[in-house]
Design a protein around this ligand. Structure first.
Ligand code: GDP
Ligand code: FE
Ligand code: FE
Length: 200
């Protein structure tokens, strides 16, 4: 059953349908459908939590991968134009679409709510400190119904029962997976691990 949230807070200057059209215009069908599943998963997970702004949950989920299909040059230009940390130039789309994505979201969608933008910034690597909103987006992206990895059902059950336990689970498994394939680890990923797994 799809849940439709009516936008009333002017976080995005338009309706949910208008936001959906803008997001759809920048993404492949496959990724657009992922985004809709993340929204529904995040709204569903939100039922376990009080004081969560469902409008922010919907908006953050719908825009979390907004910049994922931009070219490397688009990201490089944005990093330079906005005078972002020059170390970002050493990274790639996997990191950029989360960390630099909010610059496209502000400029093109006129969404400026920093809690929403932080949820996008942290959706790939997590962060040492995350609001409930950021945790919901981080986990919904990991657990949406088409995600299929060994243990996904256990991860879903755990997360519905205890959101922080889900964050710990994802942080540990993602870092383990990246290390096993000898990927470069983005420093924030290590800080997330230290804060959530090692020191928890
Ligand atoms: P998606 O955008 O819905 O596909 O999901 P994510 O934004 O969560 O992940 C994008 C990719 O980034 C995944 O393949 C992750 O494994 C990868 N990733 C997450 N953290 C790091 C990191 O620290 N370093 C690198 N190299 N990749 C990472
Ligand atoms: Fe992503
Ligand atoms: Fe995603």
């Amino acid at each position: 059953m799809n849940e439709i949230i009516e936008y009333k807070e002017n976080i995005f200057p338009g309706t949910r349908d208008e936001l959906i059209s803008l997001v759809r215009s920048k993404l492949s069908t496959k990724r657009f459908e992922h985004v809709l599943r993340v929204e529904q998963t995040a709204l569903d997970l939100s039922k376990q939590h009080q004081n969560v702004d469902l409008e922010k949950v919907s908006i953050a989920a719908l825009v979390h991968d907004y910049a994922k299909e931009r070219s490397n040059d688009d990201f490089i230009n944005k990093i330079k134009e906005k005078h972002l940390d020059q170390d970002l130039l050493n990274w790639n789309n996997a990191i950029w679409h989360g960390v630099v994505g909010p610059e496209f979201i502000k400029d093109e969608l006129r969404i400026y709510d920093e809690e929403v933008l932080d949820a996008v910034r942290y959706h790939t690597t997590g962060n040492a400190y995350m609001t409930t909103l950021a945790k919901l987006i981080y986990m919904a992206d990991y657990l949406e119904p088409h995600r299929d990895f060994p243990g996904v059902e256990d991860a879903r059950n755990l997360t519905y029962h205890d959101l922080d336990a889900g964050v710990i689970y994802q942080t540990w498994h993602t870092l383990k997976y990246l290390i096993e394939k000898k990927s470069l680890i983005y420093p924030a990923t290590i800080l997330t691990y230290n804060s959530w797994v090692a020191k928890h």
